[in-house]
Design a protein around this ligand. Structure first.
Ligand code: F6P
Length: 535
């Protein structure tokens, strides 16, 4: 029997009992299934598993060869086999000495050169020695990128921005025109820096937005002056010259940094300028602490493994096709969007690295929104639908921006929700409530069943002591390693994204149809839509 089959058998057996009863049967459950690391408390004890189910989920990683895979990643082997690349975002948060020991002089030099260039540029802008063409200090950065060139930096800026930033960052990803229009609204071009961020520097949306922003600068300042307001971040720096970006304002990173793992690289240049290099270093330090934990903690006490084990138990063991991520933290309101790319682009695959179709389902649908808002939107379905949607409830314990009253109310909500999902509400309780309200027997019979919540719905709680650069770095690294560990068990390459290519290619074809004289052959619906757009 394979380890995955063993997990399925155990999960089916566990399904006969309730989570609340598992607590009664196992007094050590909470201590075994929770841990503190890098300022983050992780509690997976409200998952559906029994002790045996937990053990069989954790055993998956050993049996799948995670230890060897992790070593191969850490030491720069080409684990992204389809693209022939190493995967070394962890090198961006290592010390020089550690880097040198594990990966050699070349990687260490690449990391250091990139860091030094970013620091010098960011410090210069912050100090006012690097200015716009008229000598005015830059007050706003327009960060133009999409996918991994947007989601991480946007999340971190929202997470850490001071209430009144000296330098603001506005993000533009969508090519719908409105996002750029809104970002540029009210800005003074003479105090604005536009940074194009694209690993490949071929991404249609980013290039179109960048050219439109550059035109906006040129109209206001003239071509020569405008070029002083442009910068780029790319792993293909040779492509940036064609866009009028001076070479000394192009910041590079290497192709061993995957797009959705790139926030640790120059992709975060906007943040480094706006928040300061020291904040970026603290973000790296937090991620590094999680890296060390992932490398050294035994699997049953390893936070990324606990989260990955819970996901595999739910997805493979119990065929649960989705997971809700609910940060009770307005500053982390884009966390679900970030995780959607990290997890679904990494592990939403159907084949092994050698091309065989996989036997198991892979990544669930990840969705979510900030709590408590989500409670007043889609929690109804989560509480009462027959479908079981595992939840991840995330909060920050100490928030200097909240009054004690607000914070207590917020935290009582996240705690109560985890309990409510697990305990539910029985028919007896509902009947008693109806009787207390004075309902007659007929009305009680009608209303009481509608109030029942089946309960026994699993959740994980993730509690940050505070939201700091360190804890945020650790949180994001936690999810990166969770995703990697799942990919190893699922037997896929978490670092390519061939599925995105089809839509990109067809998009280019349809663009030709829309802008050219002839329309290529399509299905009737697609042809009609193209004709409609052409007017
Ligand atoms: O959507 C595919 C993708 O390649 C992502 O992996 C990447 O983060 C995004 O597009 C943006 O790519 P780039 O940084 O090259 O513009």
């Amino acid at each position: 029997m394979t380890a995955l089959d063993a997990l399925k058998t155990q999960a089916a057996a566990d399904a006969a009992s309730k989570i609340v009863d598992q607590f009664k049967a196992d007094p050590d459950r909470l201590s075994r299934m929770s841990l503190d690391v890098a300022g983050i408390f992780v509690d997976v004890s409200k998952q559906s598993w029994s002790k045996a189910g937990f053990d069989s989920a954790v055993a998956l990683f050993e049996q799948a060869g995670l230890v060897e895979a992790r070593d191969r990643m850490w030491t720069g082997k080409e684990i992204n086999v389809s693209e022939g690349r190493a995967v070394l975002h962890v090198a961006l948060r290592d010390s020089d000495a550690e880097n040198q020991r594990l990966r050699g002089a070349e990687i260490t030099a690449d990391v250091k050169t990139a860091r030094d260039a970013m620091k010098a540029y960011a410090d210069g802008i912050r100090a006012g020695t690097i200015t716009g063409a008229s000598g005015k200090k830059f007050k706003t950065i327009v960060h133009i990128g999409i996918g991994g060139s947007d989601l991480g930096p946007r999340l971190v800026f929202q997470g850490l921005a001071p209430l009144q930033p000296e330098i603001d960052v506005r993000f533009v990803a969508n090519v719908d025109g409105s996002e750029l229009a809104l970002a540029l609204a009210g800005l003074d071009p003479s105090e604005t820096l536009v940074i194009a961020v694209s690993k490949t520097f071929t991404t249609q949306e980013t290039l179109a937005n960048f050219l439109a922003a550059r035109d906006w600068l040129i109209k206001a300042l003239g071509e020569e002056a405008a070029s002083k307001h442009l910068a780029a971040v790319s792993a293909a720096p040779d492509k940036t010259g064609a866009f009028g970006i001076p070479a000394d304002r192009v910041f590079g990173f290497k192709d061993w940094v995957g797009g959705r793992y790139s926030l640790w690289s120059a992709v975060s240049l906007s943040l480094i300028i706006a928040l300061g290099y020291d904040i970026y270093e603290r973000l790296l330090a937090g991620a590094h602490e999680m890296d060390q934990h992932f490398l050294t903690a035994p699997f049953p006490q390893n936070a990324p493994i606990l989260l990955a084990a819970a996901q595999l138990y739910n997805r493979i063991g119990l065929d649960r096709p989705s997971r809700a991520v609910i940060p009770y933290v307005h500053r982390l309101r884009r966390l679900a969007a970030f995780l959607q790319q990290l997890e679904m682009e990494s592990n939403g695959k159907r084949t092994s690295p050698t091309g065989e179709v996989l036997e198991t389902k892979t990544c669930p649908v990840v969705f979510g929104d900030e709590g408590t808002n989500a409670q007043h939107a889609f929690f109804q379905m989560l509480h009462q639908s027959e479908d079981v949607v595992p939840l991840e409830l995330i909060a920050v314990q100490h928030n200097p921006e909240a009054t004690p009253d607000m914070q207590q109310k917020l935290l009582s909500n996240i705690i109560a929700q985890g309990e409510a999902f697990m305990v539910g509400k029985s028919l007896e309780t509902s009947v008693a409530e109806c009787e207390k309200l004075g309902f007659d027997a007929a009305r009680t019979a009608q209303i009481a069943p509608q109030k029942v919540c089946p309960g026994n719905k699993p959740s994980t709680t993730v509690l940050l002591n505070e939201l700091t650069p360190e804890t945020l770095g650790a949180l994001l690294a936690l999810y990166e390693h969770k995703t990697f560990a799942e990919g190893i068990v699922l037997g896929l390459n978490s670092f390519d994204q061939w599925g995105v290519e089809l839509g990109k290619t067809l998009g280019v074809n349809v663009l030709k149809d829309i802008t050219g004289d002839v329309i290529a052959a399509h299905d009737p619906s697609t042809t009609a839509l193209i004709k409609r757009i052409k007017g």
